[in-house]
Write a protein that binds this ligand. Structure first.
Ligand code: DGL
Length: 274
């Protein structure tokens, strides 16, 4: 691994852009290569085996682009494939997921708390958060709810309107989440609707802390780079954004997050798989 190599980040679609943005904010000297696997979105409804196959394939593509770090900016892929990707990549790059830094954050800030999580079906049924939080042994009451309509809704650009407000209320009103004091946004798409989630609790006058792991993950990455003297000191090259299937919403959101001069390319890395 060399300091002038880029950071590879992937997700099923636009969700991981929330993490990429947090990374660029605190590590502006790093170049990012982003891959959104829009051809297979949503990951949350796919089998573990399918998500593992996609993730390994994307890791290989990011290694070909000489990435020093592969950041799995997707909770569903982190749940299903973090160990496998780490093993596959070996010493060629450092692999980060979004779950471990979030659990570290919970360990430091939320003992004796009632913590809720919303995420995809994959993230909730895999139970990785539940297991890791139980292992902290910090008297945390953990409650998780699958909210599968949220990713397609966000990918379709439906947010900050009546439809999204109703869907979000329906989920947050679920009896599973009654009494929570903090809520993990267990899907990297959800920071995009963070304001609406906050508004829901504000309207009810309930103090629920919203935990968006993007900043926590970015800080964990910065600590790793600093500790291992892997921070880029050469000239920054342009960030690159790739998708497996071109979508308008991906282009729109990428430009909203990173400005008009974003270069978006579709790469057919799925030929043998699809
Ligand atoms: N953003 C992803 C996650 O964090 C993926 C959602 C999906 O594709 O279903 O889980």
């Amino acid at each position: 691994m060399k300091s002038n190599q880029p950071i590879g980040i992937f997700d099923s679609g636009i969700g991981g852009l929330t993490v990429a943005k947090a990374v660029k904010k605190i590590l502006p000297q790093e170049s990012v290569i982003y891959f959104g696997d829009t051809a297979h979105l949503p990951y949350g409804d796919k089998s573990t085996a399918a998500i593992q196959a996609y993730s390994v394939r994307i890791a290989e593509m990011l290694l070909k682009h000489r990435c020093k770090v592969i950041l799995i900016a997707c909770n569903s892929a982190s749940s299903a494939a973090y160990e496998l990707v780490t093993e596959y990549v070996g010493k060629r790059a450092k692999v980060f997921d979004v779950i471990n830094p979030t659990v570290d954050f919970i360990r430091e800030n939320h003992h004796n708390d009632i913590v809720g999580l919303i995420g995809t079906k994959q993230t909730v049924s895999a139970g990785v958060y539940a297991k890791k939080i139980a292992e902290l042994d910090q008297n945390i009451d953990f409650k998780a709810l699958a909210t599968p309509l949220l990713v397609p809704m966000i990918e379709e650009g439906i947010y900050e309107d009546e439809i999204s407000k109703n869907i979000i209320s329906k989920y947050l009103n679920d009896s599973v989440l009654v009494g929570i004091k903090s809520l993990i946004l267990g899907c990297t798409h959800y920071p995009i609707i963070q304001k609406e989630i906050k508004d829901y609790y504000n309207d009810l006058n309930e103090a629920v802390e919203i935990i968006d792991s993007a900043d926590t993950v970015a800080k964990a990455l910065r600590s790793f780079l600093e500790y291992n003297q892997l921070c880029n000191r050469s000239e920054v090259t342009d960030d690159k954004f790739y998708v497996s299937d071109f979508t308008d919403s991906f282009e729109r959101t990428t430009k909203t997050f990173f400005g008009e001069k974003v270069h978006l390319e579709q790469i057919p890395i799925w030929d043998e798989l699809t």
